[in-house]
Each structure stands twice: as C-alpha cells, then as structure tokens.
Design a protein around this ligand. Sequence first.
Ligand SMILES: Cc1cc2nc3c(=O)[nH]c(=O)nc-3n(C[C@H](O)[C@H](O)[C@H](O)COP(=O)(O)O)c2cc1C
Length: 179
Amino acid sequence: MNVLVINCSPVRNGATAEIVRIVSRQLSGKYVVEPVCIDDYDIHFCRGCRVCHTTAACVQHDGVDRLMERFEWADVIVSVAPSYWADIPGQFKVFIDRCTPWCNTHEPHAKLSGGKRGYAIALRTGPSMRECERIIESIRHFYGHLEIESCGSLGLCSIEYKEAVAPREREIIRFCDSI
Ligand SMILES: Cc1cc2nc3c(=O)[nH]c(=O)nc-3n(C[C@H](O)[C@H](O)[C@H](O)COP(=O)(O)O)c2cc1C
C-alpha cells in the first residue's frame, strides 16, 4: 500500500514538517511512504477560465501534473495543514483550486483511480479546536469532490514551532495506528 504524506505548509523545517516526519516514520513500518512538501511544486493560480469543465483538463501545465501523479500513485493520502489566518495556507488552496479538472461536480471530469483513503491533520498556535476543525473540513471537502474517502482526522492546538511537536508525539503515533 502506498501512502502520500503532504506538508501543506510552505515551511520545510517547521512544525508541520516535523509532524510529516513522525507520520512518515510511523507508517513506513507497514506501507511504502512518500513525504512531499507543497512547496516542492511550482503551482500557478487557477485562472477561473472553466475550460476544464468541458475538457476535463487544465490549460496550464506545471507542478499540479506532477503532484496529481503522486495522488494517483497513492492508496492513502495524509494532508498535514497548519492554520494560516484560520484557514489552510495559500499555497495549498491554490493547488486545490487547480484540481478543478478532477472535481466531480461537472462532466466530463478527470478521475483518480477509486478506493483511495484520505486523512487530515490540522495544527495551529491558538488553543481552540474550532479552527482546526475548519481546516479539516476544507480538506474533507477537497477529498470528497475527488472521491477520496475521508477516513480520519486529528487536530493539534497550541503548536507554533517544531519544538512544540515532541510532547505531542504519542497523540500523533496513536492517530497513525488508525491508518
Ligand atoms: C502567515 C501565518 C498565519 C498564521 N495564522 C494563524 C492563525 O490564524 N491561527 C493560529 O492558531 N495560528 C496561526 N499561525 C501559526 C501556525 O498555524 C503555526 O505556527 C504552525 O505551527 C505553523 O507551522 P509551519 O511553520 O510548519 O508552517 C500562523 C502562522 C503563519 C506563518
């Protein structure tokens, strides 16, 4: 089974990256795991042209093609997203917008292979779980339109820098055990 773990933050060595590292290490005991960072990919803004509504393909070709190849490869996708202004980081949102060719609300649309499972982990500095839930909901919404089954989520509050992740390692490992 192939697992794609996405750092949805542009920071390659921050708290999100640390969580991606723990998840990847845990899951590599039973699956083939590939960790990636959204910032590894050159992704341009959606232009809102809607050509994909009739062609099922984007007029632009960039890092989206490569990242979607990784989605196709994966049986399980784990998206790890920090809160940036109470929402997912802009880089991840731009990627989601560009996934409109795969969105099941229009025909024709591009399709990933069936049977994929998706998980979401949200983190933030503030103390309230509501903001994590909002981020998790954005990821679930995205998975839903790509027909990736949402199978679990984890919210982690009170995390600003990577040093705050170590005391939460057990929580993260317990979550990994459910994947
Ligand atoms: C631009 C920016 C906006 C942020 N906005 C919020 C916020 O609205 N609420 C919150 O709790 N934390 C917020 N944070 C804190 C991050 O969620 C937190 O530091 C997280 O651990 C960042 O992980 P990263 O360094 O891996 O990107 C923000 C951080 C940045 C850089």
